[in-house]
Design a protein. Sequence first.
Length: 676
Amino acid sequence: MSAKDDLFAGGSDAATRKTETPAPKSRPALTPVTDDYSAADIEVLEGLEPVRRRPGMYIGGTDEKALHHLFAEVIDNSMDEAVAGHATWIDVTLGADGFLTVTDNGRGIPVDRHPKFKDKSALEVIMTTLHAGGKFDSKVYETSGGLHGVGVSVVNALSEELVVEVAKARKLYRQTFRRGIPDGHLELVGETQNRRGTSVRFRPDAQIFGSTAEFKPSRLLKMARSKAYLFGGVEIRWHCDPVLIQEKDETPAEAVFHFPGGLRDFLNERLQKERRVVDDVFASKTAKAGSHGSVEWAVTWFAGDGFINSYCNTVPTPEGGTHEAGLRYALLRGLKAYGELTNNKKASLITGDDILTSAGGMLSVFIREPEFVGQTKDKLATNEATRITENAVRDAFDHWLTASPNQANKLLEWVIDRAEERLRRRQEKDVARKTAVRKLRLPGKLADCSANQAEGTELFIVEGDSAGGSAKQARNRSNQAVLPLRGKILNVANAGREKLAANQQLADLIQALGCGTRSAYRDTDLRYEKIVIMTDADVDGAHIASLLITFFYREMPELIRNGHLFLAVPPLYRLSQGGKTFYARDDAHKDELLAREFKGKGKVEIGRFKGLGEMLPAQLKETTMDPAKRTMLRVSVLEDAIADTNDAVDRLMGNKPDARFRFIQENAEFAEDLDI
């Protein structure tokens, strides 16, 4: 066999295994089917076809963010090799032809025959089979970012062409794929003396991402650079064809990233122009001990809006998760304990929000078999990560505080000032609108409107700063205000009054409305005519909307009764073909528009909005905020159904989980399998 010969040219049909299932003791009689719905209507998607049919389920959509997520999936595999100690460098190259190449000097993807698929190499199985990979077995990767086994196969499915080269045992192998389908079997290219590792070269498919979908060099550079900060033992080399760099773009054609200082280096660079509260950065890392995982962090405080950038196994977690909760607990309990040690009684006022509101933080954890919320891994859900992070950070924070009393006292006073300011805002009962002789104190993140009267004004309550930024640009400043909330608010149906009073987000919301709560509610003092809950068109958005409606129903029932509360209806899809564009609020509406508005030939571009923050301000205004074009739902309670409503709120949102469980059992037969 020559060096160019096909290694896996032959093969046989897979053997089938028959299994016998015992017949049930009795079977109910079947009603004859009279419609035309038969077995022929059941469609079975095989291989990578589900990925191409529904890419949003795997990478969140087909927009620019999803396009660059392909790069994240590939470089995460190389980073796993580096973290495991098998690779020291990663090369990222963007060519003028649109191909992106990621190369490492790790162990290389296995190329021998797979024991289950006798006619295929392990490489081909990995590239063409969902949930196939070496990361399910902790003996191969003690920690890894790609645990679902779908990352590189999804990249393959959504690429017009993908070429994998593997250098192992002084031999070079290559296999080419087109839209996820092998273009021939794995080939032995020849001998190689000074090379090892894996190279993945791919170009995204225009049929999926659109003809104008191209990688942005500046975004790729930022993503590659962040990986180098997360693991100081790796060197990342960047190459980009100069023709791809725009005239005003400062992205270099070549660069090398290697940061032995890790997260401390990153934080110092990011905050170099900010006024610091403390001189030093609280930064350290723990060595991995057995199966407990490791943690690295860098935190400091400055006179600005705080942020926490977190990662798990080098994968960004922009929505936070259990590891961020551990960091929050460690900082809060550590600073409170230091306050007690120094007899500062005001330390008891501090909350986690007071500490983090002006903190700049970087957090990176490495744990075995992490659990994420969703395939795009935006949020960590591993409960053990909270304990691991809190234990690691708390001890180090205690030492850091006691070792530098001057810095510790300065930080404690700064945070206490934040707490007292929060309490002052909550205690302000007079929240009438600004007058010429009186300046109103309002929540810092509220973008108020300029109108002096409540009539005709609207307050949009949105989730997160990203959605808040889009809404603030899309609004009509004269009569539309925007209040961003951070994540899911407190569930007031199962929280005590003390917990409710200590919640900063609800305090900001109550202050912005100005009408008081419960017996102190005054409709004439309400600062806006319409209160609009505007959340993402997904399950998390619906949950946040439910929590907000519960808050208004329990704390301000008159606000609902007087018709002030509304739900915005943002779109879930954007459909375009040629010069026409339509927006669909859900899958049924999308199918209706496809059948009614796109009857001609030609590809229909379908984009799925992951959230309001992903929408351009012009799109958000056109679809959701412009009174002339939007759709809104008024929230109301029927007078003759108040008792039933109270019972439903208690059962579904109260502090009795057994009541929720009974409700699910009683109504499971009415549930629909929603594709969201």
